[in-house]
Design a protein around this ligand. Sequence first.
Ligand SMILES: NC(=O)CC[C@H](N)C(=O)O
Length: 236
Amino acid sequence: MKFGVVVFPGSNCDRDMQDALQNDLNQEVVMLWHKDNDLSMFSTEDCIVLPGGFSYGDYLRCGAIARFSPVMQGVIDFANKGGKVLGVCNGFQVLCEAHLLPGALLRNANQQFISKNIYIKGVGSPEKALKIPIAHGEGRYYAEAAVLDELEAKGQVIYKYCDETGAVTPSSNPNGAIRNIAGICNANRNVFGMMPHPERATSDALGNIDGRIIMNSLLIHSKTSTARAAAAVANF
Ligand SMILES: NC(=O)CC[C@H](N)C(=O)O
């Protein structure tokens, strides 16, 4: 499995993602510029990553301009063929703007940029609450009730904000995301987006390795088509 990490003008988590994948998870990584629209070097077993950042200065709405970068047509085609796509934070925003994932990321309920550690829990997973950093101004996931009901019924809500004990409560919701949603996947389970940053929590040097559980689940899912790992993330 090979990873392609897209760099948009204004990305700032692309190298963190590369470092986590290459050095902490021992994976092959190819860096892609947003003007690269040829993704033919990737098979559907590979994964394209849209990293966090402030693409195009967050003008208009976060991710709204990046969605029109030349690489995105390739990413959409790749996803439609069943290729795996991961979007973290700004990457999640781009995936929603590109309609590869349903819903939208709205301005945080408190109208402020929030940068801190929070806890998330894999929905239906026996794993402990994971401590993961967030750093965003527009992270409040929103979708209409009918869309949310379908996401929940089909197991597409992958992570919810919770407290340290794993309890999903209004007070453990950092940005006002509807139903505490922190990460979702598409109906085909090959496109996954989340607001928290697992790539900032994959090394002892960073003081937190909970992100490894999430990143590792991407690899486990790429190797076992049937097994659903404890830290189940989509169909990776
Ligand atoms: N860390 C990020 O990717 C931030 C995303 C976006 N710029 C926001 O503030 O919401």
